[in-house]
Design a binder for this molecule. Structure first.
Ligand code: PMP
Length: 349
């Protein structure tokens, strides 16, 4: 026996490629093409900021988010991107011997955290057209998690169905990962259910709708008891997860609601136009409530399109996985970028 026998065996999550080349049309990791609010830029210079430790409770950011969402600050947990928040939630809430349930086609980090923390899990197949069936989540379980809209399918689950799942699981924690919810129709978020269900945790991110993927800010909202449990785990691991620039720039972003709404509606308008163009080129497009579309061409294999696009410096996301290996996930960029993509695809089809 030596130390190698005791290294934690893990198969890590594979993030989308981050090309070094600056002149690519990068539509593979669901970033936002418009950049953060100018208010964020105007508070970037304060060097002294870096000298001192941050506020471990990230109070300013927690307060800003609580006010933005109309909840109590005790209902908000912040972390280093929603990956950190989700990882912390797995560690905090999924500790029973019963399996955690999530869809077979979903955010591929869920099984990785489950393996890392040795949490049993079971996947539930989406329907042929990638819908979540609520009845799949009513068997005994150690927790439930799904993104809404789902990733990489972009499909939205109606709020009434989300509630049905939360309602059916009063004895376990249901996590709704709302990374893309700001691109969905108003009234789709499970945040409106939080006050009624002590088993519901809603997770959000600044990476997509707030265009701050590089900074790493995510948060969760739930009843105080859930948030307290997550804080206890966080303070048992690393008190200072939120660095000072993140707290400052995060507050500046939340303060600029006009810019936030404007860029979201631009992305939604581009998405609708792009989805229509894809359909006209013989693609099947799953109805999208996110800042990306999930599409499959009726005759040309997805992998072939993915590779040809890459030769032209257009990056899409391709998953070589059962059931979705003939689909492409395409992030919505600027109108000009999407026009280039449409031209490329129409030359191909
Ligand atoms: N949830 C889903 C469904 C995602 O697609 C992503 C993006 N990879 C995340 C969470 C994590 O995003 P971030 O850590 O940047 O907040």
């Amino acid at each position: 026996m030596n130390w190698r026998d005791y290294v934690r065996p893990v198969e890590p999550y594979t993030p989308g490629e981050q090309p070094k080349d600056a002149d690519v049309i990068k539509l593979n990791t669901n970033e936002n093409p418009y950049g953060p609010s100018a208010r964020v830029q105007s508070c970037v210079q304060d060097f002294d900021l870096l000298r001192k430790y941050p506020d471990p409770a990230a109070t300013d950011l927690v307060d800003a988010l609580a006010e933005f969402h109309g909840v109590d600050p005790a209902q908000v947990f912040v972390g280093v991107g929603s990956d950190d928040v989700l990882g912390m939630a797995f560690l905090t809430f999924f500790n029973s011997d019963r399996p955690v349930l999530f869809p077979d086609i979903t955010y591929s980090f869920y099984p990785v955290w489950a393996e890392l923390y040795k949490i049993p899990f079971k996947t539930k197949p989406l329907t042929e057209d990638f819908r979540i069936l609520p009845e799949d989540y009513s068997e005994e379980n150690g927790g439930v998690i799904f993104p809404n809209p789902n990733a990489p399918t972009a499909r939205l689950l109606e709020l009434s169905v989300v509630e049905e799942i939360v309602q059916a699981n009063r004895d376990s924690v249901v996590i709704v990962d709302e990374a893309y919810i700001d691109f969905a129709p108003e009234g789709s978020s499970a945040l409106s259910l939080v006050d009624r269900y002590d088993n519901l945790l809603v997770v959000r991110t600044f990476s997509k709708s707030r265009s701050m993927a590089g900074l790493r800010i995510g948060y969760a909202i739930g009843q105080k008891e859930l948030i307290d449990a997550m804080q206890a785990v966080k303070y048992s691991y690393n008190s200072y997860t939120m660095n000072r620039p993140s707290i400052l720039y995060g507050c500046a972003s939340v303060a600029d609601d006009d810019y936030f709404r404007k860029t979201i509606s631009m992305i939604i308008a581009t998405r609708e136009r792009f989805a229509k163009a894809l359909e006209e080129m013989d693609f099947t497009v799953i109805p999208s409530a996110a800042n990306f579309v999930f599409a499959s061409h009726r005759t040309i294999p997805a992998r072939e399109i993915f590779e040809k696009a890459k030769e032209k410096k257009i990056f899409f996301r391709y998953f070589n996985l059962p059931r979705i290996d003939n689909f492409l996930r395409i992030t919505i960029g600027t109108d000009a970028e999407m026009d280039t993509v449409i031209k490329f695809l129409s030359d191909l089809t």
